[in-house]
Design a binder for this molecule. Structure first.
Ligand code: SF4
Length: 274
């Protein structure tokens, strides 16, 4: 059978999301703790900034689930209360302040939206395949403007975002590729919507720049497959998946189990929302 090239076994696709690839690019050890080691190492306590982000994302998702005539700023307190995640805050006072702030962000944000607009997708999973990847991911929002699709990603962190962040985001580029294939429409524009400031950082991709992101994603997947093969062949797991120290370690879920992370000062779970 081997002589019959036509019947050669197809190459196995690497199943991934942008965040899975991103975790390896940030730190191979973080990838190993998250996706390979089983039982998974224990994570640290929940982060208040993740709770805040999830609450705001879910409130916006549910705002779009309302009938257009009910999509008003007045609907937001009920929506935000219903989706509020309480974990990680220092105390009730900090949590209440964060809730008030999140509501202000949402009210200002939806005031700039047309309630009659129905996005093509809200919290929509898109997926596609390449020769080596089976890629999927959930997009905060997919708009249709002027016959083209636009990828919208909500951000709730403290730091402001620039056009470079939109241009450099592999996740946004991969979402654009997948959305374009799923909906059979052009999708070049990607946007980061920073709710604390109302600022939108956008980038218009070209076929070439999307292709570059895709090649980088395929290269990362190839690196992961190679590291996994080294480990499966009995190579040292810590060498196959090295720990890469960075400012991220203080905020890493696996800081307490990682020898590199343990040597850094831990961030308080609520520090990023103060
Ligand atoms: S603590 Fe730092 S080095 Fe260790 S896994 Fe996390 S990000 Fe990587």
């Amino acid at each position: 059978m081997e002589q019959l090239g036509l019947f050669a076994a197809p190459q196995r696709l690497f199943t991934c999301t942008p965040s899975k690839l991103g975790s390896y690019e940030d730190c191979p050890r973080l990838y190993r703790y998250s996706y390979i080691d089983r039982p998974a190492p224990p994570k640290g306590p929940p982060w208040a900034h993740n709770s805040l982000g999830a609450s705001v994302h879910n409130a916006l998702k549910n705002w779009y689930a309302l009938d257009p005539e009910r999509r008003t700023p007045g609907a937001l307190p009920t929506l935000l209360k219903a989706t509020w995640v309480r974990e990680g805050y220092r105390d009730e006072e900090q949590e209440q302040k964060a809730y008030r702030r999140a509501l202000d962000w949402l009210e200002a944000y939806v005031a700039g939206l047309d309630p009659a607009d129905d996005p093509v997708g809200v919290e929509r999973t898109v997926a596609t395949r390449t020769e080596t990847l089976a890629l999927s991911g959930r997009v905060d929002r997919i708009d249709q403007r002027g016959g083209e699709l636009v990828i919208v990603d909500y951000k709730t962190g403290r730091s402001e975002l620039s056009e470079d962040d939109a241009r450099g985001s592999r996740a946004l580029a991969l979402y654009a590729i997948a959305a374009s294939r799923v909906f059979r429409k052009e999708c070049r524009r990607v946007e980061l919507h920073h709710l604390p400031t109302g600022r939108v950082a956008a980038h218009e991709h070209t076929e070439e720049s999307l292709g570059r992101h895709l090649r980088r994603a395929e290269q990362t997947a190839a690196d992961i497959v190679e590291a996994e093969a080294v480990m499966a062949a009995g190579g040292a797991a810590d060498e196959a998946f090295p720990a890469v120290a960075s400012g991220r370690c203080r905020w890493c879920d696996y800081r307490s189990v990682c020898p590199v992370g343990r040597s850094t000062d831990p961030a308080e779970p609520w520090a990023a929302v103060d």
